[in-house]
Ligand binder design. Sequence first.
Ligand code: ATP
Length: 189
Amino acid sequence: MKRIGILGGTFDPPHIGHLIIAEEVRETLNLEEVWFIPSYEPPHKQKAHVNSETRVEMVERAISGNPHFRISTIEVNRLGKSYTFDTMKALTDENPDVQFYFIIGADMVEYLPYWNHIDDLLNLVMFVGVKRRGYAFKTDYPILEVDVPLIELSSTDIRQRALKNKSIKYMVNSGVEAYLKEKHLYEDR
Ligand code: ATP
C-alpha cells in the first residue's frame, strides 16, 4: 500500500504551521506525499475571507518547492459544504492501493465527535493528530499522535496582522507573502 498524508483546511491563508506539520508527519510516518486539500465551505467554521480560487493559488505557492507536497482541488470543484467524509470516500474509491493518513491539529482532535459520519470516516483513514497550543488533545478515538514542533500561528493571526499592516514575513512563505501584498488580501479596504 502507498502511504499518503492529507492536510485539509481552509488555508485562509496557508502559513508555516501547515507546512511544518505536513513535513514533520510525512517524515515521521514515512509518507510518500502529503496532499493539501483546501475546503470550499468549511462545515465547522465561518466562511473563508477570500474565495476558493485565491486560496488554491496561495496553497500552490505555499507548497511549491517541496516535491512531496501536492494540492487536490476535489473540494473546491465539488462546491457546497466540504465534508471530509465525502472527500475521503471519493479518494479511497479512486485510489484502492493507498492508505490515507489524515492530519489534524489538536483543535480538530477535540472536535472529531462532531464530524459528519465520523465512525465511517475512521474506517477509511488513519487520523494523525498534532499538538497545538491551547488545546488539550483529548479524544476517545484511536488516532496516531505525531510529535511536531509547536508553532503558535493560525490563519486568524496572519489575517489580523495583515489588517494592521504588521509584518508577516517568515510566518507565511515568501511566495504567499508576495501574493498577499500584490492582491492586498486581508488588508483594511
Ligand atoms: P483559522 O485561524 O482561520 O481558524 P487555522 O490556522 O486553524 O485557521 P486551517 O486551514 O483551518 O488553519 O487548518 C488546517 C489544519 O491545520 C487543521 O487541522 C488545523 O488544526 C491544523 N493547523 C493549523 N495551524 C496549526 C498549527 N499552528 N499547529 C498545529 N496544527 C495546525
